[in-house]
Design a protein around this ligand. Structure first.
Ligand code: UDX
Length: 447
């Protein structure tokens, strides 16, 4: 009989994984402890903005006309334990309040809820990003709490999906990494991922600690690449060089590569910032903190970018203070094609300017509701044009396609002064300057 799959936790990772598993042909049951999420998902609606996810969900959620009916959602742990042969744990692991370490409480409570109900042999697969060493601890706990004992086996299978590309990244992964302790676990996971494997996705089999480390080291590498190019942007600014040209030129070297070399206000979101911090905290616990001291610098370069954008904006409005100045902010999400505002550099910059007395008006194509919830005291507008009305300076902080397609002439009519600061190096300087704007970007010559 075909494997039956459950997915525990239906955030970005879980909702996408559940839909993708149904797309691959499995019967899938998703669980979340938040009933409102389950109601939405059961109606084929996604609680966040993720391109393509709703379509694939509607294709499979039971009860939707024309769907395969392979995908259902529940809040019942009993139902999940009864249903699944393979249980994917996709709960989130945010940064602990006031600490660098990662908060494991959602993962741990998922194991504690599921394990006592496991009465037949199953595979539990952790997908969350966790500190190295967690899988070994959770495997022991699972065997201890499950009535079936060691018949409830653990595997660790980190997920590398990017927001905005979640569906594609899940169905066509660059690689599948599995940390396993038995041939049975490996065999089951090969069965689960037969579709992508048939398409040629590499399958890397390893032990628990390596599987956990692959994820945190991949994210650390990406963060380092971004901070590297942002450090070069600082030097370029001091030396009157152009970081965009520099990135292009070094990127031609295949050993370096072109990707993730876009200088600007830096990285944010629910993963890179908290993952490098949790990694440093864990290395400290292991007595290997010296190995990761460079990540502190990566973090510090990244946070400096936000402050630098605030400085450039202050300079643009006269140099001394934001009091009485109107600042338009285009972009609130941490990156385009997402409604996620967690640790968003754009909102951080907007918030800093607001706290310094600026009159800030924000517009974002998809992130307005989340931004309003997080920063209720900022001003918000319904369109980019409304956001820039009367502005003394316009800040471009998230590189949505909509912003690249703005007409500098039309916007120029609405603003108080034609000054735009490009925090993402994504607009065409010639076009903006050609329309009479003072265009300034990070790490590029002033004119
Ligand atoms: C990241 C990893 O890419 C993904 O593999 C992992 O599973 C989760 O964390 P995500 O958080 O969705 O994915 O965003 P990503 O596309 O990596 O971008 C992260 C941040 O870096 C964004 O704020 C983005 O604007 C910024 N960034 C990215 C840059 O500033 N410059 C770049 O060149 C690339």
């Amino acid at each position: 009989m075909a494997l039956r799959i459950t997915v525990i936790g239906t955030g970005y990772l879980g909702a996408t994984h559940a839909a993708a598993m149904a797309e691959l042909g499995f019967e899938v049951l998703g669980l979340d402890i938040v009933p409102e999420k389950i109601e939405m998902l059961s109606a084929g609606r996604v609680p966040m903005y993720e391109p393509g996810l709703e379509e694939i969900l509607k294709k499979h959620v039971a009860g939707i006309e024309g769907s395969s009916g392979r995908l259902r959602f529940t809040t019942s742990w009993e139902e999940v334990a009864e249903f699944g042969d393979v249980h994917f744990v996709c709960t989130n692991t945010p940064q602990k309040h006031g600490e660098y370490a990662c908060d494991m409480s959602y993962v741990e409570s998922a194991f504690d809820s599921l394990a006592p109900l496991l009465t037949r042999p199953v595979l539990v697969v952790g997908k969350s990003t966790v500190p190295v060493g967690s899988a070994a601890r959770l495997a022991a706990r699972l065997a201890e709490l499950a009535p079936v004992g060691e018949g409830a086996e653990l595997a660790w299978n980190p997920e590398f999906l990017r927001e905005g590309f979640a569906v594609n990244d899940t169905l066509h992964p660059d690689r599948i990494v599995v940390g396993v302790e038995s041939e049975r676990a490996e065999k089951l996971l090969r069965e689960v991922y037969a579709g992508p494997l048939a398409e040629g996705s590499p399958f890397v089999v390893t032990d628990f600690p390596t599987a956990e480390l692959v994820k945190t080291s991949a994210n650390s590498f990406l963060a380092t690449k971004i901070s590297f190019i942002n450090a070069m942007a600082e030097v370029c600014e001091a030396a009157d060089g152009d970081v965009v040209k520099l990135a292009e030129a070094i990127g031609h070297d295949e050993r370096i590569g072109k990707k993730f070399l876009r200088a600007g206000i830096g990285f944010g979101g629910g993963c890179l910032p908290k993952d490098i911090r949790a990694f440093m905290a864990r290395a400290g616990e292991l007595g290997a903190d010296q190995a990761l001291t460079f990540l502190r610098e990566v973090d510090s370069i990244n946070m400096r970018r936000r402050g630098h954008m605030v400085e450039l904006a202050r300079e643009a409005v006269g140099g001394s203070s934001f009091l009485g100045k109107r600042v338009a902010v285009l972009g609130a999400t941490f990156k385009p094609d997402s409604d996620d505002v967690r640790d968003s550099p754009a909102l951080n910059v907007a918030g800093q300017i607001h706290l310094q007395g600026g009159q800030v008006t924000v517009f974002d194509p998809k992130g307005m509701d989340n931004a309003r919830r997080l920063f209720p005291t900022l001003g918000y507008a319904d369109t980019a044009l409304d956001a820039v009305r009367g502005a003394d300076v316009v800040l471009h902080l998230t590189e949505w396609r909509e912003f690249r397609e703005l007409d500098p002439e039309a916007l120029g009519e609405a603003v108080g002064r034609r000054i735009i600061l490009d925090g993402r190096n994504a607009l065409d300087p010639a076009v903006w300057r050609g329309a009479g704007w003072t265009y300034r970007a990070m790490g590029r010559p002033k004119a």
